[in-house]
Each structure stands twice: as C-alpha cells, then as structure tokens.
Ligand binder design. Structure first.
Ligand code: GLN
Length: 543
C-alpha cells in the first residue's frame, strides 16, 4: 500500500503549494521512490474547463482528455509522471456523482449527507487506482478555513486515522510575513492557520513556511512550540531564483528527510541523486545568450493563463543553453495603428491558444508580420487557426476568410468541429450542446508529411499530441492554401483534420492545432519548442 502525503495551505492562497507538491514528488523520485500526485479542488465547477483563464489560470489537459487544474502541469513537469482523469477531483464532480447515484436509488432510502457520503466519495477518490507507487501526494486546493474546503479536510482527517500511524503525513504550507517597518518576521498568521487546522482535527506533521528572509532560530523554536511540531519540521521555504531550483532548495532545508522521518523510514531511505536537478540549475544560472519572444495573446494580464507555455519556452531555452525573455503583447494592440512597432525587436513571434472574438484581428496581424518579415513564428491552437486565416486572406485571395467562432459572415475557412473519431469511436457534437467537457480533448495521433520541417523536427512520422479545441481548419481549403505556400504538414490519420501547417519558404513558420506545451518537460524539452528557440537564436544573430 502506498504512503500518503496530504498537502494543505493556510494564511493566503498562491503560496506555491502545487509547486511544493511537485518538488516533493521530484525529491522522493530522486531517492528511487515511485510517486503519484493528485489534486482535490473544493470549487463547485465539475472541472476548470469552463472557467476563464483570467480567473483560474491555464486549464491543463491530460492524455486521457481530463481538463484539470494547472498544478497538474507542475506535477508532470517535475516528475515526468503523466496525470490522468483519476488525478483531479472537484466538489462539482463529487456532487454530480452522488446526485446521480441518489437518483438511481443507490442509497437505498438513506438520507444523503456531507458526512459520510461526500467524505466517502472523496476518500474513495484519494485511495482509488493509485497504481504501484510508494507515495501518493494529495494536494488540497484553497486554504484551511474556506467553507467549501471543509468536507475535503474532514475526509483527509478520517484518512489519517484509517491509514494508521506511519502511513499518512500532513504537510501544511503557510506564510511568515516580514513586516518591514518593524524589521520583524511574524509567526502569528502561521499559528492561527495551524490552530484552524487543529480545530478540525488535523495536527500537521510538517510546516513549510514561505518567507522572504531566513527564519531566525528563535522564531523556528516558537513556531514549533506553538504549533506542536518538531523544530526540524519547521521548514524554511524561500523564493527560489528559478522554479527548477525549488527541489534543491527544499532538500537543502531538509524537507524530504523530514517527510521520511515522519513516516519512520528516514534511516532506511536511499540517499537522493540530485545530479540532474543540479545540472538544470547550473544551465539556467549560466545561459549562453538570450532571445526575446513576442507572445501575442488575449490573457496577458494573468500569466498563469500561459503557465505550460512559459515553461515550454524555458525548456526550449534550456535545450539551446539560452535564456528566453518574453515580451507580452496584448493582441488587441495590433488592431490599432502601426501594429508592428512592438514586434520590431523580437526574435520570434508566438501566438498561443485562446477563445472568442476579442483580439483575433490582432493575432492575424501578428502572423502577417512574422510571415512577411521572415521572423520565426509559432502558432498554437487558436494561433494556428489565425495563421491559416492570414494566409487565406492575404495569399489565397479569400479576403473574408473567418472562423465561425467569431463570425458567421464570410467564408468559413475554420468551422465548428462536429464529428471526429477517437480510436474506433465516433465523437459527435452540436452547436447547442453543453460547453463543459465537450471539446476535442486529450491525446490524438497525427501523421507528418515526408520531407516537411516538422517531420525533421520530430524525427518521426507518427506523433501524438494533446488537444483542446472546438473548431478546426476545413481540410477542403488544403489544396488552395498549399498552392500558395502554406503546407498542411500534419494531418489526422484519416486525413480529415489538419493538425499542422508550415511555410516552406520561411526560416521557421509552424502552426499546430494541438498544445505541444503540455508535454514539454525540463529534462525533455519539446522538439517544437527546442527548434523554435533555435530559430529565434539564429534570428537574433542575424540582426
Ligand atoms: N478557440 C479555438 C477552438 O476552440 C482554439 C482553442 C485553443 O486555442 N485552445 O478551436
């Protein structure tokens, strides 16, 4: 049976619980353990798929098509373990299961209640389908004290009892604010947060205290005393200069050793091999040059909306030993006069995924700039669709080319995807169907054209990438667009869905219907990002 680590948060949100969980996973892996990470989200949405990226950041997609919290992206990037439908649950999903069962009569006349029915469902989720792993790390979204989080805290409290001594460890992430005028670090919010946790029956074993300065020895003692933990269990969690320094930093602070100590296995545990983390940390700290990428998107006001994208670009930088600087550009700004000025000094243009009408003309203008000026261009999902519309309008003589996502007036070069195959199944959708969970989601295969740039970049003819979209380029325009230089270099195996377009007569112009950023890892940068950054580097050396 796996051992369980429950990670909760207190004082404020945004303390990096997800990152901490991912880093712990990586540290345990470095000791040779197998891990699995899960996230419990107390909000009422069934999944984050219907939430605005402005509210909740990126929606991460797994191979099996789950729309999940962005923390699952951290988990995958740090551990390389692919997440699945079974790794993220929300209150909405729990309740919809319970209500479905209640309607079927499965509760045999019982009064259906939060305790035990909701808590049982949560426990079942935590314990189910864990596979052959040594540790399951379970992060609870939100902070202790949130009303909606209560059933989750109650469920993990019960699990602590049921799993028994030595099989469950509770780690609480808190904040130690530094009050500048007083020149003092304050432990009170942490004390209160732990008090809150203990009032619902959970005594944390370890406190990961996020702070800006080292924790004075006296404060560590005080926290240990008031919060009823060992002094060695008060771990200092300062901001690291790079995300990928976090595992090393937490190891230096003794976090993984303390976890193993709580499980009573510290003496028998293998020593960690952190060589690859040290290697990556060194490469990040010593870049050999820098490139600037202009990212033209709609959600640039909240960079969490582009979490995986930012990381994949960084991985592309790592593959080339350079730092990637991002210039965030609101797509709407390219709809005004003199659209290209902010793009003059970038070495590559990236138009990421997006939804809706706002800013589309700006994205089309950015693709035009990159095509005409021969600046490396990477269009992802909506970005690819916009590059296709640009080529249709300005190369193929279809000036009114549009997508039905934002206009019904014009030639629908991009339209609603109503039918496609997944393995042997046919998936069908209609315009008036539900919005939640109905996109083309998860991993789908594509076949790459012999002799194309992407075929060379991937080094293989068959690929599988993760999707999340409702519209698609109409393959009927393939011939016309190809005759103007926009090659359809990747197609679904049945040849019906355009997956990749590229321009041959251009240093690097690629649009992909999928989201390659979701599969990029620091230790395995995605080939498209590695190649795009290499092209940008080449561009930077030309100007
Ligand atoms: N809005 C587009 C679609 O649904 C693209 C989606 C995306 O970029 N993820 O097809």
């Amino acid at each position: 049976m796996p051992r369980y680590i429950f990670i909760t948060g207190g004082v404020v949100s945004s303390l990096g619980k997800g990152l901490a969980s991912a880093a712990i996973g990586a540290l345990l892996q470095a000791r040779g353990y197998k891990v699995r990470l899960r996230k419990l989200d107390p909000y009422l949405n069934v999944d984050p798929g219907t939430m605005s990226p402005y509210q909740h950041g990126e929606c991460y997609v797994t191979d099996d098509g789950a729309e999940t919290d962005l923390d699952l992206g951290h988990y995958e990037r740090f551990t390389g373990v692919p997440a699945s439908q079974a790794d993220n649950i929300t209150t909405g999903r729990i309740y919809s299961r319970i209500i479905e069962r209640e309607r079927r009569g499965d509760y045999l006349g019982a009064t259906v209640q939060v305790i035990p029915h909701v808590t049982d469902q949560i426990k079942q989720f935590v314990l189910s389908d864990a596979g052959d792993v040594d540790f399951v790390l379970c992060e609870i979204g939100g902070t202790v004290g949130d009303i909606e989080g209560l059933p989750f805290f109650e469920a993990i409290r019960q699990l602590g009892q049921e799993l028994g001594e030595g099989n469950a460890v509770f780690l609480h992430v808190t904040l130690l604010p530094f009050i500048k005028v007083a020149g003092e670090m304050k432990t009170k919010p942490t004390q209160h947060s732990v008090k809150e946790l203990r009032s619902i029956g959970i005594q944390p074993d370890i406190l990961l205290c996020r702070c800006e300065i080292p924790i004075p020895a006296g404060d560590k003692r005080k926290i240990a005393l008031f919060c009823n933990v060992r002094e060695s269990a008060v771990i200092e969690g300062r901001d690291a200069s790079s995300l990928y320094d976090v595992p090393l930093e937490y190891h230096r602070q003794g976090l993984d050793t303390e976890i193993l100590r709580c499980f009573g296995i510290a003496d028998d545990a293998p020593a960690p091999d952190l060589t690859r983390w040290e290697g990556i940390s060194h490469t990040i700290a010593n870049p050999d040059g820098e490139v600037t990428i202009g990212v033209v998107g709609k959600y640039v006001g909240l960079l969490d909306a582009y979490k995986s994208l930012i990381e994949a670009l960084n991985h592309g930088g790592l593959a080339n030993g350079v730092k990637v600087k991002l210039k965030w550009l609101d797509s709407e700004q390219f709809e005004k006069d003199d659209p290209f000025e902010p793009l003059e000094d970038v070495h590559g243009v990236l138009v990421p995924g997006g939804f809706g009408e706002r800013g589309v003309e700006g994205k089309i203008a950015a693709a035009k700039f990159a095509r005409e000026r021969k600046v490396p261009f990477f269009g992802i999902c909506y970005g690819m669709q916009m590059a296709v519309l640009e080529a249709a309008r300005n190369l193929a003589g279809i000036p009114n080319a549009v997508s039905s996502e934002f206009s019904e007036e014009g030639e629908l070069v991009i339209g609603l995807l109503t039918e496609w195959t997944r393995g042997n199944e046919v998936e069908t959708r209609s315009a008036d169907g539900d919005m939640g969970g109905t996109m083309r989601l998860g991993a789908y295969p594509a076949v790459l054209k012999a002799g194309s740039k992407v075929r060379e970049i991937y080094g293989q003819a068959h690929i599988e990438e993760r999707h999340r979209h409702r519209y698609e380029v109409n393959v009927g325009y393939k011939e016309k667009l190809e005759s103007c230089g926009l090659t359809f270099s990747g197609l679904s195996p049945d040849g019906v869905l355009p997956e990749i377009v590229e321009i041959e007569d251009h240093p690097w112009f690629v649009g992909v219907q999928f989201h390659p950023e979701l599969k990029s890892r620091p230790f395995e940068p995605h080939p498209l990002f590695a190649s795009f950054i290499a092209a940008a580097l080449h561009q930077s050396r030309m100007v």
